[in-house]
Design a protein around this ligand. Structure first.
Ligand code: F6P
Length: 373
């Protein structure tokens, strides 16, 4: 628990609110709940635009009122804007044409106090909450709210954004299925999710995909090709193959050597240290075409998966998390993250919550098809 976490006493009067990392459907439901909960208690809420770095710019911090959160529960994205650049512990700056990284975390802490803020509610994924945890250790009274379409945060059963994302993927594959069937093709669908296979496995189950490839379990593409050929022989003339952007996939080359596919074509990292993934779907499609002789296409769903109006589930989860974040502020119970456990929203220590990534239990792969083959 950080120093600020122990402070009880009079009510908080002024809180800051920030969203960081990739956007996801449901963020605005959380923002709405926090702002309304706070205003109803007579607190002031300051919106901080586009991540922690926003605190350093006067034109990116503004007092929020009811008007700001009117009619936003059904909208995707975040009204505060976001970024997965802007890590205050290693902020990228360009001086004289040269890019370098500087630590401006102390300035963020100073600005927080200068603005008279008494709590900072941080809505973010793993990278953002990790930074929040470090800022908490520097004395900022933080309350974390977990978000990500990837559903890969430990300490919470589900993250908002995940359900909407699954529905987006499902709708896309339902559309791809009709063209795949008409042309008797195989379509490889590359899904987001970083190093966790939640999106691929759950949407794969929802569309009854022929094959699902995730990071958590190695797939030998030759086995998938045998399965696709067998299905064709037994009458199914098209195929849907779901692949995680970070999937662990091997293949046998012409000399019989086992090789691994590359998950990052760009090799770049973002400011949170995450490697930029993407491009595996194309490699999978090419191999399937080569090894089966079946016409194969790939579709990268990309940022479509982060967009759109949140599902009812995500609006409800976002609202509940926002309400409980407000309750923690009321109790001055800082250094915590709100989390879903079963049906309940609980508070878990922030430092624990950002400790490790939650990967997909392999049981889901069995349920998603292996048991049914
Ligand atoms: O964490 C959410 C996520 O959408 C990942 O699934 C994906 O790898 C990444 O963000 C993409 O980030 P960017 O918006 O920087 O391309």
């Amino acid at each position: 628990m950080n120093e600020a976490a122990g402070q009880k006493g009079s009510d908080v009067k002024r809180i800051g609110l920030v969203t960081g990392g990739g956007d996801c459907p449901g963020l605005n439901a959380v923002i709405r709940a926090i702002v309304l909960g706070a205003l109803n208690r007579g607190w002031e809420v300051f919106g901080i635009e586009r991540g922690f770095e926003g605190l350093l710019y006067h034109d990116r911090v503004y007092p929020m009122n009811r008007h700001h959160v009117k009619g936003i529960i059904h909208t995707g994205g975040t009204i505060l804007g976001t970024t997965n650049r802007g890590n205050p512990f290693s902020l990228r700056v360009v001086e004289d044409g040269v890019s370098r990284q500087v630590d401006v975390s102390h300035r963020v802490v100073e600005e927080f106090h200068r603005l008279g803020l008494e709590a900072l509610v941080v809505i973010g994924g793993d990278g953002t909450l990790r930074i929040a945890s470090s800022l908490a250790a520097m004395g900022i009274p933080i309350i974390g709210v977990p978000k990500t379409i990837d559903n890969d945060l430990s300490s919470t059963d589900f993250t908002f954004g995940f359900d909407t994302c699954l529905n987006t993927v499902m709708d896309a594959v339902d559309k791809l299925r009709t063209t795949a069937e008409s042309h008797r093709r195989i379509i490889v669908v590359e899904c987001m999710g970083r190093h966790a296979g939640w999106i691929t496995a759950f949407s794969g189950m929802a569309v009854a995909a022929d094959a699902i490839m995730v990071p958590e379990k190695e797939t030998l593409i030759d086995d998938v090709c045998e399965l696709l050929k067998a299905r064709r022989t037994s009458g199914k003339k098209y195929g849907i193959v779901m692949v995680s952007e970070g999937a662990t996939i091997k293949f046998r080359d012409e000399s019989g050597n086992i090789k691994t596919l590359d998950v990052s074509q760009s090799g770049r990292k973002d400011d949170f240290g995450h490697i930029q993934l993407g491009g595996i779907g194309k490699q999978v499609a090419e191999l399937i075409k080569y090894k089966t002789g079946i016409e194969t296409r790939e579709v990268v769903l990309g940022h479509l998966q982060r967009g759109g109006s949140p599902s009812a589930y995500d609006r409800v989860l976002g609202t509940r998390l926002g309400v409980h974040a407000g309750r923690l502020a009321l109790k001055k119970d800082f250094g915590k993250m709100v989390a879903l456990r079963g049906m309940n929203i609980v508070a878990v220590p922030l430092a624990e919550a950002v400790g490790q990534m939650r990967t997909l239990p392999l049981e889901f792969l069995d349920e998603a098809g292996e048991f049914l083959r």
